[in-house]
Design a protein around this ligand. Structure first.
Ligand SMILES: [Fe+2]
Length: 228
């Protein structure tokens, strides 16, 4: 197991376990029953990310296996809401990819850290098609710290490597994107497991969890993802 990841045995533990040391990702492993693919299939092909609310879920004409999956989706969101969070259940056909990435690709298929203005974590669970992936902090590097990339950014910025450059980098979110080092062990978040990962935010006791959305192939059904 990756040193950044700690397994927990319950939702309460997932919410209450502090991040510390190398650990910036908590995973509550679960094996879920029910047919989640049926829910994605019944909504049909999508052109853009679509949030599925509880009412729409309840209206879907589902088989008994689909109803089991629906009950889990409703229960997972209730767990998060009861913990004071604001979850969203999304069907994701494919995230938009940058047409012409600059020196730092900044889409979610690229390794990145989530960021927040206050102390906050990201909760997520993949149910279908493909799951999020992570990499340890010591097996990744911020792209702005790669000398060639930094030099190219400086050239585009057209100034000195000073506080103004740092502010410009931050304004473009370039500081949130990472490259896996050669030989890095990329880990999968898996299906059904509920994760809590650290973001880049003020007061965080640990570096942020470096992760990415999985690549999906054209023609695949949308991914069903719970995120908060
Ligand atoms: Fe993210």
């Amino acid at each position: 197991m990756n040193p950044c990841v700690k397994l927990v045995g319950s939702f309460d533990e997932l919410v209450s376990t502090p991040f510390s040391g190398a650990v910036n990702a908590l995973c509550w492993p679960r094996t879920l029953s029910g047919n989640f693919d049926e829910i994605a299939a019944i909504v049909g092909p999508l052109d853009e990310i679509t949030t599925v609310d509880d009412e729409s879920l309840l209206e879907l004409p589902l088989s008994s296996a689909g109803r089991i999956a629906r009950d889990i989706l409703l229960a997972d969101q209730k767990l998060l809401r009861d913990a004071g969070l604001d979850p969203s259940l999304d069907l994701i056909p494919a995230y938009p990819r940058e047409a012409a990435p600059g020196p730092v690709p900044i889409d979610v298929y690229d390794f990145h850290a989530d960021s927040a203005n206050t102390l906050a974590d990201t909760f997520l669970c993949s149910y279908t098609v493909a799951s999020s992936e992570g990499v340890a902090n010591d097996e990744s590097i911020r792209r702005i710290d790669i000398p060639e990339t930094r030099a190219e950014l400086l050239r585009i910025y057209g100034g000195a490597d000073d506080a103004g450059f740092a502010a410009w980098i931050s304004a473009h979110c370039y500081d949130l994107h990472y490259a896996a080092r050669p030989g890095a062990h990329i880990y999968s978040f898996g299906f059904g497991n509920l994760w809590r990962i650290a973001t880049q935010c003020p007061g965080s006791p640990v570096p942020p969890c470096v992760h990415r959305a999985p690549a999906t192939k054209p023609g695949q059904p949308p991914r069903l993802l719970l995120i908060s």
